[in-house]
Design a protein around this ligand. Structure first.
Ligand code: BEZ
Length: 277
């Protein structure tokens, strides 16, 4: 669920991610797990597995599952919490270079809430999908859910606005985005370009209630997931002003009227694609 290119600071902490800010990422997965249809004979590669909550849930139902994630912090937590499940640090932007995984030994590649990080860089986008293809046996399936065009748009726009108010040029602020949120057609074109047959896909609005925890909520969300944007600002003071602005702007957008819960408009893109038998 995360991506930390090896030349960058590892911003991920399993506690901040899975407990405080975004426990819903692993929890709201019924639909994509139904599309995965785990079977006792399955050998699954979980791309962007994060701290492994979902990987470990699937593990007892399949023959083999290997979780890979670019964040050493996440994999360290994964290995501590689920020592019986195979988890490895792999920069999935270059998955096709990993011969230990890309050897046609899996019958399913699974990815939840990770491809929007992994596919951010246009230069390595096809390497990641080619890696998924090469990891699969003939007839194998790629089953994925990630952010679609317009995902978390209100937060995304508010962060860019706050950076601009701190003197960052709008283009630099836009380019600092760590995410690629494609349309369904853009994703379909990408996976087909690497040899997959598109079997099915859908886009769904999922209004997601944030946590109410200390360190969570919209402020925690912005600090954790917006870290790449905030790093454009030179001082701690500027970063604090930007976070305050984002929170205040979004207060008028995401606060639910009937119970005061805070929601963000996640838009999910799910698909299943197949390597020809
Ligand atoms: C997502 O799962 O869609 C997501 C999570 C964090 C930041 C951006 C998007």
């Amino acid at each position: 669920m995360t991506s930390t290119p090896s030349n960058k600071t590892d911003i991920w902490s399993a506690d901040a991610y899975g407990t405080t800010v975004a426990p819903f990422v692993a929890a709201l997965t019924n639909k994509i797990v139904a599309w995965l249809e785990p079977q006792p004979q399955d050998e699954i590669l979980d791309v962007g597995c994060g701290e492994g909550v979902l990987t470990a849930k699937i593990a007892p139902h399949v023959k083999r599952i290997v979780g890979v994630d670019a964040s050493p912090n996440m994999i360290e937590s994964f290995n501590k919490t689920f020592p019986g499940v195979d988890a490895r640090v792999v920069d999935c932007r270059h998955l096709d270079k990993d011969q230990s995984l890309c050897n046609a030994s899996f019958n399913k590649v699974f990815s939840n809430a990770a491809l929007h990080w992994i596919l951010r860089d246009e230069n390595t986008r096809t390497n990641a999908i080619k890696g998924c293809f090469d990891a699969l046996k003939p007839g194998g399936l790629l089953v994925s859910e990630s952010g679609a065009l317009g995902n978390v748009a209100e937060v995304h726009a508010a962060i860019i606005g706050a950076l601009v108010h701190q003197g960052i040029p709008v283009e630099a602020a836009r380019n600092a985005s760590p995410w690629w949120f494609p349309s369904l057609d853009a994703m379909k074109n990408l996976v087909e370009s690497q040899g997959f047959k598109w079997l099915k896909g859908e886009v769904e609005l999922r209004q997601t209630e944030l946590t109410n925890n200390e360190g969570g909520g919209i402020e925690g969300w912005v600090r954790l997931f917006g870290a790449d944007f905030l790093s454009l600002l030179a001082t701690e003071g500027q970063r604090e002003v930007a976070v305050r602005e984002v929170v205040q702007v979004l207060e008028g957008v995401g606060r639910r009227q009937h119970d005061g819960a805070f929601t963000v408009n996640y838009i999910r893109l799910r698909f299943v694609a197949q390597k020809s038998p």
